[in-house]
Design a binder for this molecule. Structure first.
Ligand code: HEM
Length: 204
C-alpha cells in the first residue's frame, strides 16, 4: 500500500519549492492569500476558502503537472480484441500498455513550448493574448491530458482527499508563516552531497 502520503507530500514539496525558487510566484501567492497571525486560535484555512484563491489553484495544478507524485507507467492490460492505436498499429490482447503522467505533462503540443518550465500562469487566462473562449478551449485540452491522478476505473481513490490536504496546507502555511530557504545560494567551500542511499552487505 503505497498510496496517500508520499503523493500528497511530493505535491506539497513541488508547489513550495518551485514557488520559492521564483520570487515573483511567491510574492503573488502572498499577496493573494491574506496574512493571519501564526499564534491565532482560528483553525486551519478551510478547504472552501482555500479554493477561492485562483493563483493558488494555478500553482497546485502546475505542481501536479510539472512533478506528478506518480512518475511511472500507469499500467493497463489490453482486453480481448486488442487495441487499435491512432496511427493504425494494433496491440494484441494481453499486452501491458501504459502512460506516464510525467512524460504526458511535458507535452509541448498541449502545455506550450515552455512545458519544461514551472509556470503556474499557464492555468490562468492571459487576457492580452486570448479570449475567454480560447482560454476555455486551452484549459479543456490541458485538463484532458492531465494524468496526475490517473484515469478511468483505476483513477486515484483519494483524489479529493489529497486535494483537500494540498490546498488547506498551502493556504494555511502561506497565510501564517514567512518561508524561505535555509541556504538560498548553497555557496559553500565544500561541495556536499545529499540523498545518496547505499546498502552494505557482507562480501563473504
Ligand atoms: C496529491 C495527492 C495524490 C496523487 C497525485 C495521487 C496519484 C495517484 C495515481 C497517479 C494513482 C494511479 C491511478 C491510475 O492507475 O490510473 C493513484 C492511485 C491510488 N491512490 Fe492516489 N494520489 C494522491 C493522493 C491519494 C490519497 C490521499 C489517497 C488515500 C487516502 C490515495 C489513494 C489511492 C488509491 C487507493 C489508489 C489505487 C486505486 C486503484 O488502483 O484502483 N491517493 N493515486
Amino acid at each position: 500500500m503505497i498510496a496517500r502520503a508520499d503523493t500528497t507530500a511530493i505535491t506539497l514539496n513541488t508547489a513550495l519549492y518551485y514557488s520559492l525558487k521564483q520570487p515573483i510566484i511567491w510574492q503573488r501567492l502572498k499577496s493573494e492569500i491574506p496574512s493571519q497571525d501564526s499564534k491565532s486560535s482560528i483553525s486551519a484555512t478551510s478547504y472552501k476558502n482555500s479554493r477561492n484563491f485562483p493563483y493558488l489553484n494555478a500553482v497546485v495544478r502546475e505542481a501536479l503537472r510539472y512533478h506528478p507524485g506518480v512518475s511511472m507507467l500507469l499500467e493497463r492490460n489490453v482486453p480481448e480484441g486488442g487495441l487499435n492505436l491512432p496511427d493504425e498499429r494494433h496491440v494484441p490482447a494481453g499486452c501491458v500498455v501504459g502512460m506516464n503522467p510525467y512524460v504526458l505533462g511535458r507535452n509541448k503540443s498541449v502545455f506550450g513550448e515552455d512545458a519544461d518550465t514551472f509556470r503556474p500562469g499557464r492555468w490562468l487566462r492571459d487576457e492580452e493574448l486570448e479570449t475567454e473562449e480560447e482560454f476555455q478551449q486551452r484549459l479543456h485540452l490541458m485538463n484532458n491530458r492531465d494524468l496526475a491522478f490517473g484515469g478511468g476505473s483505476r483513477i486515484c481513490l483519494g483524489k479529493h482527499l489529497g486535494l483537500v490536504e494540498v490546498y488547506k496546507v498551502l493556504a494555511t502555511i502561506i497565510s501564517r508563516y514567512g518561508i524561505s530557504f535555509v541556504d538560498p545560494t548553497r555557496e559553500c567551500f565544500f561541495v556536499r552531497q545529499s540523498g545518496i542511499k547505499l546498502k552494505l552487505s557482507s562480501r563473504t
